[in-house]
Design a protein around this ligand. Structure first.
Ligand SMILES: [Zn+2]
Length: 183
């Protein structure tokens, strides 16, 4: 048993620079998109206008808070991510926003990430939209192949979202343990 102890009067405030802005300040025209209107229906404008994005400095993509439905977005990703990735990811996250508003558990530990019904719904819609905007199978697969997903999990995800692909599986990227692992 170690006797290492920092003095009790010492404390740490581990602050990360966090900025919360309206969604509209980050992405334009979201409420005009037919795919988004498909998610929220008549309430699209009202909901999209009320959404906020929390920008954080960690590497990663996007996520949604189970508590209040705010969207998390990695600043490095916002800076360097391709437009079509950001487009598909915001669609994915808006599906989670709808699910969160419907009272669904976005982080149901009874399922692995790629088997979770909330993820399957989000990935399915994003993949369909990817095809609609002209991405080919290889590009869709590369988009789905996120850094912290294993090759077998990716394969399972493709099967779970009923995506018919005319291409071979890429070798999965290395595991990025330092990433903010959410999407
Ligand atoms: Zn997701």
């Amino acid at each position: 048993m170690s006797t290492l102890r920092v003095p009790k009067e010492f404390g740490v405030h581990r602050q990360e620079k966090v900025v919360v802005v309206p969604l509209k300040k980050v992405f334009e025209g979201v409420d005009k998109l037919s795919i988004v209107r498909k998610i929220f229906g008549k309430k699209t404008s009202e909901i999209v206008n009320s959404l906020t994005v929390e920008l954080h400095s960690r590497r990663g993509y996007m996520g949604v808070s189970q508590d209040d439905g705010r969207i998390f977005l990695s600043q490095p990703y916002l800076k360097d991510g391709p437009d079509h990735y950001l487009y598909l990811d915001i669609i994915h996250e808006l599906v989670h926003v709808k699910q969160q508003r419907d009272g669904k558990d976005l982080f149901d530990e009874d399922y692995d990430y790629v088997d979770r019904p909330t993820e399957i719904e989000a990935y399915k819609l994003a993949a369909e939209e990817a095809r609609r905007i002209g991405m080919n199978d290889k590009e869709i697969l590369e988009y789905l192949d996120i850094e912290w997903m294993s090759a077998s999990a990716l394969k399972k995800l493709v099967k779970n979202i009923s995506l018919e692909l005319q291409t071979v599986f890429p070798k999965s990227k290395p595991n990025f343990s330092g990433w903010y692992q959410t999407k």
